[in-house]
Structure formats: structure tokens, C-alpha cells
Design a protein around this ligand. Sequence first.
Ligand code: THU
Length: 134
Amino acid sequence: MDDKELIRLAHQARERAYAPYSNFLVGAALETQDGKVYLGCNIENASYGASNCAERTAFFKAVSEGERHFAKIAIVGGARGDEACSTCAPCGICRQVMSEFCDGKTFIILLEGEGGEIKRFTLDELLPFAFEKV
Ligand code: THU
């Protein structure tokens, strides 16, 4: 799918964010290698540590539906009311979850810049020398 379209879907996912504690809303759109898209948002909890990031929501939805082959993910995030969103890079735990299921050299992470431009990274660029249990 076109990068711009995947970013648009991430914004759509962000509308469903449940973030009453941080008021920081994040959306993710994860595309499989055969072109299916799974959306995810952050889901917070009164016990803060029980919260889940948007990226992991998307991955866990997809993996639990049997998906194993992923092409790219678009991520957008920003404070409530800041619909333009500044660049929201994935946290370390989400990068590690991506590395469990994705090839570091080919999996693409799309982020949106301040002016709406799209930044493109491979997983290896954002998580070099990843831990692997092999
Ligand atoms: N968050 C995400 O959903 N993804 C990230 O990559 C960074 C942080 C969420 C977690 C929490 O609900 C809120 O943003 C503030 O940290």
C-alpha cells in the first residue's frame, strides 16, 4: 500500500486511542506482506503499567489472527487536540516486539514529520544489534 494511505489509516486508528491519563494519542496501521491492514491504538489503564502501546495493539491483533509476515507499519502520535502530530517514534519495547516477527532489513517503519512529510526507516535502523534468542 502507498505510504500516504497507510499514514492516513494510522490517523484513523488514533481516533480510537484510550488515553485518559497521558492524553497522548497514538495510532498504528500495520500492513502484512499480502496487503491486509491491522489498526491499533494505545490503551491505557488506571494501573499505568498495564497500558499498551498502539504498535503492540496492532501486532497482537494481527498475530492472534494468524498473521506472521509483515511489510510495514505507520505510526502517528501526539497530544490530544494536536491533530497535526509531531514525529512519534516507537518505544523500545515495541521495537523489540517488531523484531520478533519482522526482518530488520526489509520491514519498514513510517513516521510522520512536523510538516506532514513521511520519514521511512528499516527496523534495523531503529533497532540495531537486536536481541535474538537463536
Ligand atoms: N505510546 C504508544 O502508544 N506508542 C509509542 O511508541 C510511544 C508511547 C503511548 C503509551 C502511552 O499510552 C502514551 O503513548 C504516553 O506514553
